[in-house]
Design a protein around this ligand. Structure first.
Ligand code: AMP
Length: 281
């Protein structure tokens, strides 16, 4: 597996490969890899000639300094996992060197950045589109892989690729879960044993929403799910909302909903966990 720290060296290498018509798959990550990340790597390896994985804890998408400082890092282990799973190229840029390649652009995220994760983490999605667009310009992938675990992020990236008319196919892969249902996340290692145990209530509430959809009013169902989660004293719900998947707009009646999805963010102590479930499938 080749390792690049320098953006120009990466682009030169990929340019030489593209001349041989090799298909490039790209998986952006912030490291502290787990099976969820590896499912994206495996998909890319099976569908492309070269898989590029970036490991970059992007400061512009953190609105909270403590969250950035405490973000888990495990580079040596990550590199082994990538190598074992057939990843050919890992990109490990430095903040200043990477952002020196950014061209100035005004972003208008059409309000997608003002709800849910965007509302709770002001500036987060601006940081995400800045870094992902920068990566796309450098890597020029044929296909890029993202996890549905970050549902709103998938929508924002989908909007960006469409608006900029980028010739990149996007794959939004299913959420991988621990055996007890907790969505895999790099942040899970920060949970203490009792928070970890309590966090299962998040998936339980999402499943309950799926089971009960159409049986009760949407706002009642949201409240019931919120209470289910908060019946665990260590959990505090930031939001639990059932919305239209394509627009993230509220659903007023079950009958009129096309593709309802439940989105949630929950604090377990200092750790913020997000999860979602599409309710009709
Ligand atoms: P992160 O390192 O958290 O930025 O995640 C990198 C990519 O992995 C993003 O596209 C995430 O949506 C995806 N991802 C994170 N957790 C999971 C999971 N449990 N299942 C599938 N994909 C995931």
């Amino acid at each position: 597996m080749l390792k690049f720290h320098n953006s120009s060296e990466l682009t030169d290498y990929l340019h030489s490969k593209r001349q041989h018509d090799l298909k490039v798959g790209f998986v952006p990550t912030m490291g502290a890899l787990h099976e969820g990340h590896l499912s994206l790597i495996k998909a890319s390896v099976s569908e492309n000639d070269i898989t590029v994985c970036s490991i970059f804890v992007n400061p512009t998408q953190f609105n909270n300094v403590s969250d950035l400082e405490h973000y888990p890092r495990s580079l040596e282990k990550d590199l082994l996992m990538l190598e074992e799973n057939g990843c050919q190229v890992v990109f490990l840029p430095e903040v200043n060197e990477l952002y020196a390649h950014e061209s100035k652009r005004e972003w208008n995220l059409q309000g997608l950045d003002l709800v849910f994760e965007g509302k709770s983490r002001p500036g987060h999605f601006l940081g995400v589109v800045r870094v992902v667009n920068l990566f796309f310009e450098l890597v020029k992938p044929n296909v890029a892989y993202f996890g549905r675990k970050d549902f709103q992020q998938c929508m924002v990236i989908g909007w960006m690729v469409k608006t900029l008319e980028l010739p990149i196919r996007l794959v939004f892969a299913p959420t991988l879960r621990e055996q007890d249902g907790l969505a895999m996340s790099s942040r899970n290692v920060r949970l203490n044993p009792s928070q970890r145990k309590a966090s299962v209530a998040i998936y339980r509430a999402l499943l309950y929403a799926k089971e009960q959809l159409g049986q009760v009013e949407i706002d009642q169902l949201e409240l019931a799910c919120k209470s289910m989660i908060e019946s665990e004293p260590e959990l505090k719900v930031d939001y639990f909302s059932i919305v239209e998947a394509e627009t993230l707009k509220p659903i007023h009646g079950f009958e009129s909903a096309k593709n309802p999805v439940a989105l949630t963010a929950v604090w377990a102590g200092e750790v913020r966990l997000i999860d979602n479930l599409e309710l009709v499938s």
